[in-house]
Design a protein around this ligand. Structure first.
Ligand code: CA
Length: 451
């Protein structure tokens, strides 16, 4: 396993000053006529994304000292990485030294230190074999107890070998950015854990594939397969800006996986999970697609230490062919505006916005486009939720009152939701109409479209 990261807080005094300087330099470079004076190459005109910081009012991550990531890195801590080994070296075990890490091309986390690709068979150890695992824990013979014994132990040992490769920790004061329009990080579970001030931008995160799902007989009444990896997991993370990221299962859709014990043999967990006291997060201009459970904010009704935290802004993101959790929220004050939701014809779908324990979502001017079998009443789902504020949303081109529709069609197992969330978002950019935002998001969201 990786060494425990250094998470000592960096002095944040002056972060705003650095941010202001970076913005000033940016403005000077963009003076009218400046680009006409000297013919410049496209590369010279392109902004240096690694040095950019979150704008002063851009969502919850702008609160307090704001979010500057590794923008203040000295030249010795600006890295361009092309393979897993270089990426791991640059991440430096999650150190808090200000650093900018640029990913060039495609990096596959499932590789050994010499760059050789590793498949699930390479990780399997101690006699783990899926047919043997299935034979050992078939509910018809094993019953409802938690798996234990040689095959489960072998599964855990095998899983630990994959985790050692694919779990990559990002420390405080780090910017991880894709270079150009084609940067891809495949198979990784990026983790920001007990860290502050992190930026992830202009990067495609693809297929955090779990070779060794575990059978959980007591999940959801029927049992279910549980996978280990979120594409990006914020755990105890503060001041995080995720921007122009594309996250998906591309290459390995779960719907193509077989069914074992009557349940889909899932390979992926969340695309972006924000849990365990994480706070002050802005997710903008990103694309979440081809996935079941997209974004979980708060991972347990009993995690009351999340009260007052999990403050997240989601704006100008696209959720395309996402089955559920876009997002699902517990406890957090979540500002959800100008997002575009698309459910393609024939795609699996459960709901978009999940209203759970003590969540306080403000949903403004979002656009939902669905095929005929999805109704407006399907867009929200509540588990022990109590309130949601909403306005300006559109459903297939028409204004929709998400709250009124939910309450009208709520079958009764959940109480009606009120509009009283007890707060009004203050940190945000211009809020456009749902229709205008949908057009802008379709054109501008996702990796390769920053700057
Ligand atoms: Ca997760």
């Amino acid at each position: 396993m990786t060494a425990s990261p250094k998470t000592a807080a960096q002095p944040r005094t002056g972060r705003r000053a650095v941010a202001a300087l970076v913005l000033l330099v940016g403005c000077l470079a963009l003076q009218p006529g400046a680009e006409a004076a000297t013919p410049a190459t496209p590369a010279a005109l392109a902004p240096d994304l690694g040095r950019e910081v979150l704008a002063a009012d851009d969502g919850w991550a702008a609160e307090g000292a704001g979010t500057t990531g590794g923008s203040a890195a000295d030249d010795a801590h600006v890295f361009t990485v092309r393979n897993r080994a270089q990426l791991v070296a640059a991440l430096d075990g999650g150190s808090a030294v200000p650093k900018i890490i640029r990913i060039a091309g495609t990096i596959d986390a499932n590789t050994d230190d010499r760059g050789r690709e590793l498949g699930c068979a390479d990780y399997a150890t101690d006699g783990y074999e899926l047919p043997a695992y299935l034979a050992a824990y078939d509910p018809r013979t094993w019953g409802g107890a938690k798996p234990s014994g040689p095959q489960e132990e072998a599964r855990q040992a095998s899983a630990a070998r994959q985790a050692e490769r694919v779990e990559l920790r990002i420390g405080s004061n780090t910017t991880l950015v894709g270079l150009g329009r084609t940067a891809v990080l495949r198979g990784a579970s990026l983790q920001v854990r007990d860290a502050d001030n992190v930026i992830v931008r202009n990067l495609e995160l693809r297929d955090a594939y779990d070779c060794f799902p575990v059978w959980q007989p007591n999940t959801g009444g029927l049992g279910d397969w549980k996978t280990a990896y979120d594409t990006l997991w914020l755990r105890g993370a503060t001041h995080v800006w995720v921007d122009h990221v594309t996250a998906s299962d591309r290459g390995h859709p779960d719907e193509k996986e077989p069914t074992y014990f009557g349940r889909n043999y899932l390979r992926h967990d969340g695309l972006l999970d924000i849990t365990n006291g994480s706070d002050l997060v802005t997710v903008s201009w990103s694309r979440f697609q081809e996935h079941d459970k997209a974004i979980l904010i708060g991972n347990g009704d009993t995690v009351t230490t999340d009260r007052g935290k999990l403050r997240v802004t989601l704006h100008h993101n696209e959720f395309d062919a996402v089955v559920q959790r876009a997002p699902r929220v517990r406890f957090g004050q979540v500002h959800l505006y100008n997002n575009r939701y698309v459910v393609p014809e024939g795609a699996a779908y459960r709901y978009s916005v999940g209203v759970s324990t003590e969540s306080r979502i403000v949903a403004e001017n979002n656009s939902f486009t669905t095929p005929g079998h999805v109704e407006a009443a399907d867009l929200l789902k509540s588990w022990n939720g109590s309130a949601l504020a909403q306005s300006g949303n559109e459903f297939n081109g028409f204004p929709v009152d998400l709250l009124a529709i939910y309450n009208a069609y709520n079958s009764g197992s959940e109480r009606d939701l009120t509009a009283d969330v007890g707060w009004t978002p203050a940190l945000h950019g211009p809020v456009d109409s749902a229709a205008r935002a949908a057009t802008d998001v379709a054109r501008g969201a996702g990796a390769g479209r920053a700057g």
